[in-house]
Ligand binder design. Structure first.
Ligand code: AMP
Length: 404
């Protein structure tokens, strides 16, 4: 089945062609027809499945007719990065429609947002907190919203945004069409869906198991040898574009710093960065300026970078869904990716749980020539074949060891 069969307006089809989408993805095939008919929808799909276009295309189609200059579609996103990405996708797909979208999130000045709102937009893509700031200041009018999309609802819940989302729902006056997307369906999301959706169609893609295009491998290692192993692994895999996940902001910062010292074009993405610096890190990773991005889960949520070749879990995620979300960053639409996880003995239970979900035993790998047994006291990352380089790195490890 092709995009032509949906009956989208030619101006929207121009956007589809501009993005070089040839075949709809499964979630698009299943979601676009009912959404075009005005049905409410639950989309169980993770990032990387094409879910943005699955809601953006029918929304653009709906807004083509009717009044301009007032907010008629509201998309709620858990993070700024995701809001930016959705905004960009809508702008690209809707480039010939004359419809205007505006991302709204915190960490940047409100004044510019207010000016854009006054000038008139039809689509707002917003993070809950800043959206409510506008509501309370009276700088946004949501009374004309006819389509509401809640994206990554489970993430929104994890991040504690559900009360904000419920407050936003109270500001919407019109009978509306509501679409809710989530990678997983915990009870709270199920309850929210029951409260706000009318007779929804449910579309489920890929269940919660990680993408099939990804190959998974575990690298058992002691905690204090992780960074040295990561450095050697990066050398070994000659990856184009690697997303490394750490558990804490400080560790993301520190690992990125250590990779830089080892000669990698690396940067970090974590909550301590100002908005311009986050954007610079993301843009630099997208453009290939940085080959390695070290991020925390929250910071990396929803990142859509098609060319990510490897995801490395420097720290094991705390939940299976966390694993699914991280791994969803690689192996996107018809691309193969690799997921490498550094595991310590403390991660045994989580490994078992992931293997149960994947219904497979994950391959345990060891890196040839790497000194796994080096004790903490001499954590120099010394490698027999690179004595000089290793000597330069030694003070860094000494200084930082034991923190975090
Ligand atoms: P999403 O799941 O919405 O974050 O989309 C993941 C990536 O797939 C984005 O880079 C989209 O531009 C891309 N994409 C979405 N739909 C298609 C399609 N039908 N064909 C090829 N790429 C697509």
């Amino acid at each position: 089945m092709s995009f032509e069969s949906f009956g989208l307006h030619p101006s929207i089809m121009d956007g589809v062609a501009a993005l070089k989408y040839v075949k709809p993805t499964p979630i698009q095939l299943q979601s676009i027809p009912p959404v075009m008919q005005g049905r409410d929808l639950i989309g169980l799909a993770q990032t990387g499945t094409g879910k943005t276009a699955a809601f953006a295309l029918p929304v653009l189609q709906r807004l083509l007719n009717g009044p301009r200059g007032r907010i008629r579609a509201l998309i709620i996103s858990p993070t700024r990065e995701l809001a930016e990405q959705i905004g960009e996708a809508i702008n690209a797909l809707g480039q010939r429609t004359g419809l205007k979208s505006l991302p709204i999130y915190g960490g940047v000045s409100m004044v510019h947002q207010v000016q854009r709102l006054r000038a008139g937009v039809e689509i707002v893509v917003a993070c809950p907190g800043r959206l409510l700031d506008h509501v309370w200041k009276g700088t946004i009018d949501l009374s004309q919203v006819e389509v509401l999309i809640i994206d990554e609802a489970d993430r929104m819940f994890d991040m504690g945004f559900m009360p904000d989302v419920r407050n936003i729902l109270r500001c919407l006056e019109k009978p509306r069409q509501t679409l809710l997307f989530s990678a997983t369906m915990p009870d709270d999301i199920r309850r929210l869906a029951r409260d706000i959706l009318k007779d929804p169609v449910t579309v489920q893609i890929g269940h919660t198991a990680p993408a099939k295009t990804v190959s998974h491998a575990l690298y058992p290692v002691k905690q204090h040898r992780k960074t040295s192993l990561l450095i050697e692994l990066l050398r070994d895999i000659e990856a184009d574009s690697v997303l490394v996940f750490t558990r804490t902001k400080h560790r993301a910062e520190r690992v990125a710093q250590q990779l830089k010292q080892a000669g990698y074009r690396a940067t970090s993405l974590q909550g301590n960065l100002s908005q311009p610096r986050r954007q610079a890190a993301l843009n630099g990773f997208r453009s290939g300026l940085y080959k390695v991005l070290v991020a925390t889960d929250v910071a990396a949520r929803g990142i859509d970078i098609l060319s990510i070749s490897h995801v490395v879990n420097y720290d094991m995620p705390e939940t299976i869904d966390g694993y699914t979300h991280r791994i969803g960053r690689t192996g996107r639409v018809e691309k193969n990716g690799d997921a490498l996880t550094l595991v310590t003995s403390a991660d045994a239970a989580m490994v078992q749980a992931i293997e149960r979900v994947l219904k497979a035993t994950l391959e345990r790998r060891t890196l040839k020539g790497f000194d796994y047994a080096l004790p903490v006291a001499d954590n120099s990352g010394r490698h027999p074949s690179h004595p000089q380089r290793q000597q330069r790195r030694r003070p860094v490890y000494r200084k930082r060891i034991g923190k975090n």
